[in-house]
Ligand binder design. Structure first.
Ligand SMILES: Nc1nc2[nH]cc(C(=O)O)c2c(=O)[nH]1
Ligand code: SF4
Ligand SMILES: [Mg+2]
Length: 238
């Protein structure tokens, strides 16, 4: 029987991406095998963090936690695709209750992504830069290919899709331009609802000049480029 490890379920104001400011129920799954230097949920990275539940329990916990006027349920982590079948099951349940579902993933595995995306309404496709320490440098091209496949799959299914790239002080314009060129050889501006450059919060934050340079690299491809910091950090919310 399928079980799921959840780290926490809570309501907050969406602090990231194009839907920042919306009232959101966060379902944080336990476990992520990666190691981004800016990770702000390190407590949820161990595979044995959080608590294990049956799918029935998890769905009931979501039903009990969801408040009136919730805009969406955000499946995050950790890395939700580590437990992709459970995410698909919980997302299907949430959709059946009429609340939109949202996926917050590093998009490291396109096969897993394809099992989840039919049950997701709005998706953030994240592209990790080589300096993120997400994976070892040699693995980075493979990760970009995975995220690109995820992007293709989301757009082909007609999902509301936006792109996010976290930028830190080590994010170099040259490799960033190469990444952006690759993304827009795969999709067009009409396919996406936004291109979010999210500055690292705190140590490792990029300068304004660096952010403007990255912005100007995306702008020729998309008028939907936005530099959006983490709102929840600014308002002291979880
Ligand atoms: N308020 C708030 N918004 C968020 N958006 C994405 C989050 C995440 O941890 O994935 C997050 C989070 O942890 N808190
Ligand atoms: S992929 Fe996400 S959860 Fe995993 S280490 Fe990176 S920022 Fe943290
Ligand atoms: Mg967070």
């Amino acid at each position: 029987m399928l079980n799921v490890r959840l780290y926490e379920i809570f309501t907050s104001i969406e602090g990231e991406g194009v839907l920042f400011g919306t009232k959101t129920l966060f379902v944080r799954l336990a476990g992520c095998p990666f190691g981004c230097y800016y990770c702000d949920t390190e407590e949820a990275l161990p595979a044995d963090s959080g608590e294990e539940h049956t799918m029935e329990e998890a769905c009931r916990m979501i039903d009990d936690a969801i408040q009136p006027n919730t805009y969406k349920v955000n499946f995050t982590g950790g890395e939700p695709l580590v437990q992709h079948e459970a995410v698909a099951g919980m997302a299907r349940h949430v959709q059946s209750s009429g609340v939109p579902t949202y996926l917050e993933s590093s998009c490291y595995d396109a096969d897993r992504f394809r099992t989840v995306i039919p049950h997701i309404d709005i998706v953030k496709v994240e592209f990790k830069t080589a300096d993120s320490a997400f994976v070892e440098e040699g693995q980075h091209p493979r990760i970009v290919r995975s995220a690109t496949e995820c992007l293709r799959a989301a757009v082909d299914l007609g999902r509301e899709t936006y792109i996010k790239v976290v930028a830190g002080e080590g994010t170099k314009p040259g490799p960033f331009a190469e990444l952006v060129g690759g993304i827009f050889s795969e999709v067009s501006n009409d396919d996406i609802s936004g291109f979010v450059i999210q500055p690292v919060t705190g140590p490792g934050a990029p300068t304004l000049d660096a952010l403007l340079e990255l912005h100007d690299i995306v702008r020729p491809y998309s008028n939907k480029v936005r530099v959006i910091p983490q709102l929840h950090k600014a308002i002291g919310a979880p």
